[in-house]
Design a protein around this ligand. Structure first.
Ligand code: HEC
Length: 173
């Protein structure tokens, strides 16, 4: 009986320490570094060119008139997992390209293949560039920190978005 008492006294502090160890990485995940966010922003504007369809700030005011109308990502309510999925697998039939090089070649996108999409009559546009998993994670770090659910762009949000005063922010309310 005495041994149980000791075990319990031991388990409590161990659990407390384990709890602390858990909070560490979780907080780190919820709060990506400025460097990761900036890397994601560069991918959004440059390599992946999301802004062609979604606008530089993600509000759906596309940069390229010839491009399809992208969603207003600032009003999106998608979470991390869903954002990763949509970026990797696209939205077949809705002009949102799949940025994973191997999307629809194996089971990774809901088990469907390009042949399945063809058979269902779902068009999937080609992305300008494909992204690695690591790049998708940075992109989502950026989207969650500065775009998704962040509301309409204004001057203060614009300066925060770019991490510095830029000319384009001066035109905003
Ligand atoms: C060729 C145009 C195009 C490009 C490039 C593009 N998108 Fe899209 N995206 C769309 C369209 C069109 C939709 C769907 C609009 C609709 O039907 O609601 C969409 C939808 C989305 C959604 C779903 C939003 C929601 O709440 O449902 C996300 C997230 C998204 N895009 C992120 C991105 C990201 C990140 C990139 C760059 C890696 C990107 N898109 C590049 C056209 C594009």
């Amino acid at each position: 009986m005495k041994r149980h008492g000791i075990a319990r006294r031991w388990l409590v502090p161990v659990a407390a320490v384990a709890g602390v160890a858990w909070i560490g990485p979780a907080a780190a995940l919820a709060q990506p570094s400025d460097r990761n966010i900036a890397a994601g922003r560069r991918l959004y504007h440059q390599k992946a060119d999301c802004q062609a369809c979604h606008g530089w700030s993600g509000d759906g005011m596309k940069m390229d008139n010839q491009s399809p109308d992208g969603a207003n990502l600032r009003e999106s309510s998608l979470g991390r997992e869903q954002l990763v999925f949509v970026i990797k697998c696209g939205l077949p039939g809705r002009e949102m390209p799949a940025f994973d090089r191997l999307a629809y070649t194996d089971g990774r996108c809901l088990g469907r293949t390009r042949r399945d999409l063809d058979r269902m009559g779902l068009r999937l546009p080609e992305p300008g560039a494909t992204l690695q998993n690591r790049e998708v994670e940075r992109l989502v770090d950026f989207l969650l920190a500065k775009v998704v659910g962040q509301g309409e762009m204004n001057r203060a949000r614009c300066v925060d978005f770019w991490g510095e005063e830029v000319d384009v922010c001066n035109a905003l309310p």
